[in-house]
Design a protein around this ligand. Sequence first.
Ligand code: CO
Length: 205
Amino acid sequence: MLDALLERNAAWSAEQNVREPGYFARLATRQRPDFFWIGCSDSRVPANVVAGLDPGEVFVHRNVANVIHSSDMNLLSALEFAVDALHIREIIVCGHFGCGGVKAATEDLPHGLADHWLEPIRRLARSYAIDLSCLEDIETRRDRLAELNVAEGVRRVSETPILQRAWARGEDIRVHGLIYGLKDGRLRDLECTVTRGYATSEAVG
Ligand code: CO
């Protein structure tokens, strides 16, 4: 299986060089992505592919169920690099319908370490229990919870000192929330974009 993967890579590299001679040499000198994508690790939601972007166009961080833990050094390091070094101005938190992580967070079964990781989603489910119970079936409730998790992620990213400092410097950074449909391959804007002017004190108040 690995041999086949390496063969596909060799073919892709050769084709790319034919299509655009010097492509890799140019890309190797620097990256200037317009977007920072925070998404789910699910193999069906690859950032570049679903957003129609080429190598070099999106900086990516993915984890199970795109959870934003405000002490996650992996996420924070990537976020800081995206904002301070790459000067990315469009940050996207992207969840998806049919998310296995969201499903696991709604089940009364032990999932090992994932239960710790997914705790913020369980907390959201408790906070919105009444709203969610109005939805007719479990799949719809989970999909709504996936949307709520994205909106919560947008808020948490916006509250990090990294974003607060960047906005205080006057930088025009936008944090967007999107949801992806596995069944139709479409990205939807959840219209929970946070822009400059969003202060932590307002969020807390
Ligand atoms: Co997922």
